[in-house]
Design a protein. Structure first.
Length: 166
């Protein structure tokens, strides 16, 4: 740690007293950016954006957020999933929050699912809460579950089966 006596202690020469003060100032300046960097990971990273000219064949899985503007043929699992107006998803979508502005052909599972006026969904929606705006196109069934993310594999003790999957 820092010692107050070194900074305030009178030295035999003015130059010698200035040198430790300069090195102390440098030492105090160095930990501050380190403290700032330590606080930076707490900030939520920005969403990964899949641009409109991107076509992906395969599954996507993240604990973060994804914004899809292009085409995905495969399953997507994320924390927050936003489907853009020009996007098309052919596969299952699983996320805590799902905002659909574009087209999904497949099952949607989410704690919160929102279909905007431009949404087109062809498939079942399993949700905890749902909002469907006027103008949204939806063909399929809607089912409410307290824990829609587990896939209905275990109605009792759903946390235990989730661990081996990852």
């Amino acid at each position: 740690m820092f010692s107050k006596s070194k900074i305030n202690e009178p030295g035999p020469k003015a130059d010698d007293a200035a040198k430790p003060a300069t090195s102390e100032a440098t030492a105090t300046a160095a930990p501050r950016p380190a403290e700032f960097k330590a606080a930076a990971p707490k900030a939520k990273p920005p969403a990964s954006i899949l641009s409109s000219d991107l076509h992906i064949t395969g599954n996507l899985k993240t604990t973060g957020d994804i914004q899809v503007e292009g085409t995905v043929e495969g399953d997507i699992r994320a924390h927050l999933l936003t489907i853009g107006e020009s996007a098309t998803i052919k596969g299952e979508v699983i996320a805590d929050d799902v905002v659909i502005n574009g087209r999904i052909v497949g099952r949607v599972r989410g704690l919160k699912v929102r279909l905007t006026a431009t949404a087109r969904v062809e498939g079942d929606i399993i949700h905890k809460t749902i909002a469907i705006e006027s103008g949204a196109h939806f063909e399929g069934s809607v089912q409410r579950q307290d824990d829609p993310l587990t896939g209905g594999k275990s109605p009792v003790g759903s946390a235990a089966p989730a661990a081996p999957q990852g």
